[in-house]
Ligand binder design. Structure first.
Ligand SMILES: Nc1ncnc2c1ncn2[C@@H]1O[C@H](COP(=O)(O)OP(=O)(O)O)[C@@H](O)[C@H]1O
Ligand SMILES: O=P(O)(O)OC[C@H]1O[C@@H](O)[C@H](O)[C@@H](O)[C@@H]1O
Length: 465
């Protein structure tokens, strides 16, 4: 070979070697990155582990905290709020009643025409309205004006099959899904906002008063007959259909539960309610937070393992950008190439060109976070059953315990709700599990609130006499 050729060969060889070295270096780097990402996932799996022994401890702690929370104000970090419900619906209620259900993500307006013991719920209609984010941090006036206007619009569409008795005011059950210090069946002061709401001038105010003033401002002639938390509404709705309903659980944007407690078991009944302690349980199991937990771990993988390349995708740094519905869609992706995962990463986080093995790791992370939430929710439910002495079956006793469940997380996140229900069974064992029924009470809180408006109607005594 001539001098030129040799030189070219040497240059080529050097280039090939350099390229090969680059590939090896990149491969080693990517292998190193991959190993780091997997290590973070494994660490998360370890920390999120919920072995049955730990769940039993959580259930026991829940029971203990419930006792402590009822024993004295401030006795527990668990907010044991007392709800005044003098008369649970009997099924004899008749007439047209409205409900307004303000939750963490949506609010629903609903009307039911009740036909008494025979007719039961003759007809019902509801509308769901998303809450514009700016109203969650605006003023009390703006929020309640918006709600009252939507209610007035709904009342204006009252049609065939709904009729309020002549001379009567329309009555409303107000489901308010935030911590309230209840002062009567139709009044209660907001303790604090949760789920991203932050409207300072409502804190400490009677939320029924706020709604009533807003309705008066627009000339809507309606009376709030009952103020309830969504768990109380769900329990009332559950009890209306099934006398064995002993508790209600909400797994939605937030998490909460309600059950019927005997008055003598509430030593603090006349005491002040506990100072609102930090609620951490809700933050690792409910819809507001599951997606955010996944985002934070992906962000850590991007920062510490360059999981999505040399830089951290800017959108990945935005808190709450990854919502639980997005996480659920990725978790339930059954396509061979996990194209839903790829699309969510692209559409929500602007992360493109993810490999199948990266997508598989994201799904694994969703599973770890959802499984922990579901299993801890189950432990909470068993804690309530334990508090009510319904986690065991005495010889020969065939009690039935129905738990009414509502909330978009339970309703739509199938893997979450399936895992939660199987964990309840795992904790209770075969025999006791047969006495416990978890029933999806769709929009139970809305119907329950309307029923409680009926059972606390200002016209009730007129009918009785
Ligand atoms: N497809 C879904 N998959 C998983 N979670 C969902 C889905 N749709 C809604 N959610 C969760 O349910 C929550 C809404 O719950 P819902 O009970 O309907 O309203 P609210 O919490 O306002 O009462 C959302 O914040 C979200 O966390
Ligand atoms: O129906 P949502 O919005 O998911 O609310 C569930 C729970 O969310 C919690 O944050 C509130 O403190 C509870 O009062 C409420 O019941």
């Amino acid at each position: 070979m001539g001098k030129v050729t040799v030189a070219a060969t040497v240059v080529c060889a050097a280039a090939v070697c350099a390229a090969a070295a680059l590939v090896v270096r990149r491969r080693m780097k990517s292998t190193g990155r991959w190993a780091r990402a997997v290590a973070i996932l494994k660490e998360m799996e370890e920390k999120c582990g919920t072995p049955i022994g730990k769940l039993r401890q959580v259930a026991d702690a829940m029971t203990v905290e419930m006792h402590a929370g009822l024993a004295s104000e401030g006795g527990s970090k668990l907010k044991m709020l007392i709800s005044y419900v003098d008369n649970l619906p009997t099924g004899d209620e008749k007439g047209l009643f409205y409900a307004l259900d303000l939750g963490g993500t949506n609010f629903r307006v609903l009307r039911v025409q009740l036909g008494g013991r025979e007719g039961r719920v003759v007809k019902q209609e509801f509308e769901e309205v998303s809450i514009p984010p700016h109203l969650m941090t605006g003023s009390s006036h703006e929020l309640f004006d918006y709600i009252a206007a939507a209610l007035a619009k709904f009342v204006a569409t009252e049609g065939e099959g709904f009729h309020v008795s002549p001379g009567r005011q329309r009555e409303l059950g107000f489901t308010f899904s935030f911590p309230v210090r209840q002062t009567s069946i139709a009044s209660g002061d907001l303790i604090k906002w949760t789920k991203g709401f932050s409207i300072e001038d409502t804190v400490g105010e009677d939320v029924v008063g706020e709604l009533t003033k807003a309705m008066e401002r627009i000339g809507l002639d309606m009376r709030v007959a009952a103020l309830v938390n969504d768990t109380i509404g769900t329990l009332a709705g559950g009890r209306y259909h099934n006398k064995d309903a002993i508790a209600a659980v909400i797994l939605g944007t937030g998490t909460n539960a309600a059950y019927v407690e005997r008055a003598h078991a509430i030593p603090k009944w006349h005491g002040l309610l506990p100072k609102s302690g930090e609620m951490i349980f809700e933050k690792i199991i409910s819809g507001m937070y599951l997606g955010e937990i996944v985002r934070r771990v992906l962000c850590r993988m991007a920062e510490e393992a360059n999981f999505f390349g040399d830089t951290v995708p800017p959108k990945l740094k935005i808190p709450f950008i990854l919502r639980t519905p997005h996480m659920s869609a990725m978790h339930h992706d059954t396509s061979p190439d996990l194209r839903v995962v790829g699309k969510k990463l692209k559409d929500i986080l602007e992360i493109s060109n993810t490999s199948l093995k990266m997508r598989k790791l994201v799904v694994e992370l969703c599973d770890i976070v959802a499984t922990r939430g579901a299993r801890l929710s189950a432990a909470g439910i068993v804690g309530i059953l334990k508090k009510l002495g319904r986690d065991t079956v005495r010889d020969g006793e065939k009690q039935k315990s129905v738990i009414a469940l509502d909330g978009g997380l339970f309703e739509h996140y199938t893997k979450f709700s399936a895992c939660m229900q199987s964990t309840v069974k795992e904790l209770l064992g075969e025999e006791v599990s047969e006495t416990v029924v978890i029933e999806h009470s769709n929009d139970g809180s809305g119907i329950g609130a309307a029923l409680l408006a009926a059972s606390h109607s200002q016209y009730l005594e007129v009918e009785e006499s």
